[in-house]
Design a protein around this ligand. Structure first.
Ligand SMILES: C[S@@+](CC[C@H](N)C(=O)[O-])C[C@H]1O[C@@H](n2cnc3c(N)ncnc32)[C@H](O)[C@@H]1O
Length: 237
């Protein structure tokens, strides 16, 4: 039985794998995760001294990438997992970015920020873990400035065709096997199950639209292994 505070996908579950998370990420995604993050950063269209929120920041890879590419941007990274944030804090210090990136413990469903306080928001591989995704999307719409960009990167069930079949084999067979060798088997079974349970692209884009966001585009990446959703808050009437 899963302990309530170790609900699958929760910060407590990620506490348990934080020390190995970055290494596992690179191995199981064959390094492609960083190219997806680059696309996510580009989609934010950050201009000058922007204030950017990285939700489910984990070990802060995306926040660090934004800070390196946009030297005038200020970042806040939010995540409920103290251990993931501890790894992130170390990486930010090593990168000399502590004056520009602040990490904070928190939940995407109840953001501790006033309305319209960020120019853009990004979230990589995080929305799948949030129990009430609609609430998190409404919170994103609330804290983003009018005209600001929201970029959500999430894994998906690969499409049909030979390359899609290879990608499915990788996710359903290779990933749980490598994951169980290097980390907890349960966490990597969860990864596989939660990807399969995540709504198809059109359905998730429709949910974004119901939650106060205008979806600008939703792009399938690498044979549909991941999807990048880009939106802006709906104009208040
Ligand atoms: C797969 S990791 C992604 C980390 C990072 N964004 C990256 O690109 O590597 C998922 C993260 O979602 C976080 N998470 C789980 N529930 C959350 C919630 N309700 N609100 C915000 N983050 C959450 C976990 O703690 C974990 O760090």
């Amino acid at each position: 039985m899963i302990e309530p505070n170790k609900r699958e996908g929760s910060g407590a579950m990620f506490d348990g794998i934080a020390a190995r998370y970055d290494l596992l990420n690179r191995i199981i995604s064959l390094g492609i995760d960083q190219s997806w993050r680059k696309k996510t950063v580009a989609a934010l269209e950050i201009d000058g001294e922007a204030r950017v929120l990285d939700l489910a920041t984990g070990t802060a890879d995306l926040a660090i990438m934004v800070a390196r590419q946009h030297p005038a941007a200020q970042l806040v990274g939010l995540d409920p997992s103290r251990n993931m944030l501890a790894v992130g804090t170390r990486k930010i210090q090593e990168a000399g970015l502590d004056a520009r990136i602040t990490l904070t413990e928190g939940d995407a469903q109840a953001l501790p920020f006033p309305a319209h306080s960020f120019d853009s928001i990004c979230m990589a591989f995080g929305i799948r873990n949030v129990p009430d995704r609609a609430q998190a999307l409404r919170e994103m719409a609330r804290v983003t400035k009018p005209g600001g960009r929201i970029a959500i990167l999430e894994l998906a069930e690969p499409r049909g065709g030979a390359l899609g079949a290879m990608a499915r084999f990788h996710i359903h067979t290779v990933v749980p096997w490598v994951g169980s060798l290097l980390s907890g088997a349960r966490e990597y079974r969860y990864l596989q199950r939660s990807i399969a349970a995540f709504p198809p692209k059109e359905e998730f884009a429709a949910l974004m639209s119901e939650c106060g966001l205008t979806v600008l585009f939703a792009e399938a990446l690498t044979f549909g292994v991941a999807t990048l959703y880009v939106a802006t808050p709906k104009k208040e009437s």
